[in-house]
Design a protein around this ligand. Structure first.
Ligand SMILES: *Cc1c(COP(=O)(O)O)cnc(C)c1O
Length: 382
């Protein structure tokens, strides 16, 4: 079986696992305890926070550890909107966002009466500075735009967007959960107020993440109880996972160039070969400004879910954008937002590479894919 779905999740790096293991049994203390078991755990927590802060070029007390990217997105949006609910009311985000942002935005509008405006995206799925400038008003609280898109790989111009937000006195959040594996996540260069990260997209454990919160940014806590994480996120620290998250992020920064140099030519080979060999195929997302490990396509008149099943049977693990696994498939909101009709959008395929992907795997995939797309088309038409 060949794994080509690194945007869905990655295996834990063995160096990360080795760092985590002592914190399950040897150094098991609660970092909030006064005694020496607690002190030792607290020292490890502080060290992990400093490692993350160094990777993000921020202060350690600007890092809030969470249970993952989804929770970080929720804390950013809910926390920022609710902290300012008596002052300003508009939330700006795009339909191409991960559901942890887009569904949270919808719920904030439905439940609390916040005003939600969907930012325009262009045919590559980019939120342009012009689109943000058009949407901002004096009653805007927060704009949220993802750094790199999970379905189509497109990068948003975060530094430019954040600059517009700052010039207009509004907060800016970015979901950098996909981006952190390959791109510079220096929050000073990016100029963001809030940034979400998740460990399992860069060879860390699942169920742990972080939210960067620029000093002075008021958030309403979304999980109340103990005063952990500046009282923004109650709950005894999951120390082994936090240690693993920090080590995985440190390695991602250290090895970023080498990892990029490894995956990018393989990705380019996939994009070139697929568009050449398969008629009525298109690359989705931006042709250049995209994640270096990410190739995504639509095939006209093909059933994307069926294609995934055929690929699985042939030994390849990939992904599509369709929300539904069986029954009446719905095209992905992200691919639809690019302007593709249903006939195209239903045939979406995402191929994402990782540090263990090799040339033989890519060759084998490219050899199998055209026939499988033919099959997925023949069965779709029936
Ligand atoms: C995976 C992902 C998330 C969710 O992160 P979890 O840690 O799985 O909760 C959010 N945003 C993007 C862009 C993602 O790819």
């Amino acid at each position: 079986m060949i794994y080509l779905d690194y945007a869905a999740t990655t295996p834990v790096d063995e160096r990360v696992l080795a760092k985590m293991l002592p914190y399950f049994r040897e150094t098991f203390g609660n970092p909030s305890s006064v005694h020496r078991f607690g002190q030792k755990a607290e020292a490890a927590l502080d060290a992990a926070r400093e490692t993350v802060a160094a990777a993000l070029n921020c202060r350690p007390d600007e890092i809030i550890f969470t249970s993952g990217g989804s929770e970080a997105d929720n804390l950013a949006l809910r926390g920022a909107m609710l902290a300012r609910k008596h002052a300003t009311r508009w939330l700006l985000t795009a339909k191409t966002e991960h559901p942890a942002v887009s569904k949270t935005a919808r719920q904030l509008a439905d439940e609390y009466g916040f005003l939600l405006e969907w930012l325009d995206v262009n045919e590559h799925g980019e939120v342009t500075p012009a689109a943000l400038t058009r949407a901002v008003c004096s009653d805007t609280t927060l704009a949220s735009a993802m750094y790199a898109n999970n379905e189509i790989g497109t990068l948003n111009p975060i530094a430019d967007l954040a600059q517009i937000a700052r010039a207009n006195g509004i907060l800016f959040h970015t979901d950098a959960v996909q981006a952190a594996a390959y791109l510079d996540v220096d929050v000073q260069k990016l100029g963001v107020d809030l940034m979400s990260l998740g460990g399992h997209k860069f060879y860390g454990p699942k169920g742990v993440g972080a939210l960067y919160v620029r000093q002075g940014t008021q958030l309403a806590p979304q999980l109340t109880g103990g005063s952990q994480e500046s009282a923004l996120r109650a709950g005894t620290h999951n120390l082994p996972y936090i240690v693993g998250f920090a080590e995985a992020l440190r390695l991602a920064v250290e090895e970023r160039q080498a990892r990029t140099a490894h995956v990018q030519p393989l990705r380019d080979q996939i994009i070139g070969a697929v568009l050449e060999a398969i008629p009525d195929s298109r690359l989705t997302g931006h042709p250049e400004r995209r994640l270096p490990n990410h190739a995504s396509f639509v095939f006209k008149g093909a059933d994307g879910n069926l294609l995934l099943q055929l690929l699985d049977a042939a030994g390849f693990a990939c992904s599509s954008g369709s929300a539904c696994k069986t029954g009446n498939p719905e095209p992905s909101e992200v691919v639809s937002a690019l302007g593709y009709s249903r006939e195209w959008a239903l045939g979406s395929l995402r191929v994402t590479l990782g540090k263990d992907t090799n040339a033989e795997q890519v060759e084998a995939f490219l050899k199998s894919l055209p026939n499988l797309v033919d099959k997925a088309r023949a069965l779709y038409r029936r």
